[in-house]
Design a protein around this ligand. Structure first.
Ligand code: FES
Length: 156
């Protein structure tokens, strides 16, 4: 093999080995052309929709009726718990689901009508006020409402 033929083969080999890299760069998901306008299967589309007045759908009434509560692991950086308002079952009450003692998530105790902390035994009424310590402060609540079958909560 002479020098010219050798250099020709090296050039073809270099081009062939870099082709996959070039193709990958052209089809990167960062490029606007690569993103789907529908976005139906992206993580962003899984985020709950927020209405113009700042409410976010966090669940369905059917789920609340069957489970007794609706829980969202991350609502604005903290867990969320929604229950029916015991005084008016057409309304809902939404809490930042972190016990005010040491931030354990509380559980809705439908039989007693209390929110119970499994960590150190604090109990809260259905409006969030403390009935048993060691927690001293009420559970923070969010503005919440029902619209059709949707449970809507407004981040505070
Ligand atoms: Fe709830 Fe301590 S974290 S009682």
């Amino acid at each position: 093999m002479d020098r010219r033929t050798f250099l020709s083969w090296v050039g073809v080999g270099t081009l062939a080995s870099s082709l996959p890299v070039v193709l990958a760069a052209c089809t990167s998901s960062d490029s606007p052309e690569a993103s789907s306008p529908e976005g139906s299967d992206t993580a962003e589309s899984a985020a709950p929709a927020t209405t113009a007045d700042g409410f976010t759908e966090v669940g369905k009434l059917a789920d609340l009726e069957s489970n007794g509560s609706v829980v969202m692991e991350d609502f604005g950086g903290a867990p969320l718990l929604v229950i029916f308002n015991p005084d008016d079952k057409t309304k809902v009450v939404a809490f930042k689901n972190q016990c005010t003692h040491s931030q354990c998530p509380v559980d809705w105790n439908a039989e007693e009508g209390t929110l119970d902390c499994p960590c150190h035994g604090s109990k809260f009424k259905a409006d969030g006020t403390v009935t048993n310590g060691p927690a001293k402060d009420s559970l923070p609540t969010y503005e919440a409402k029902v619209d059709g079958d949707a449970i809507l909560v407004k981040a505070g």
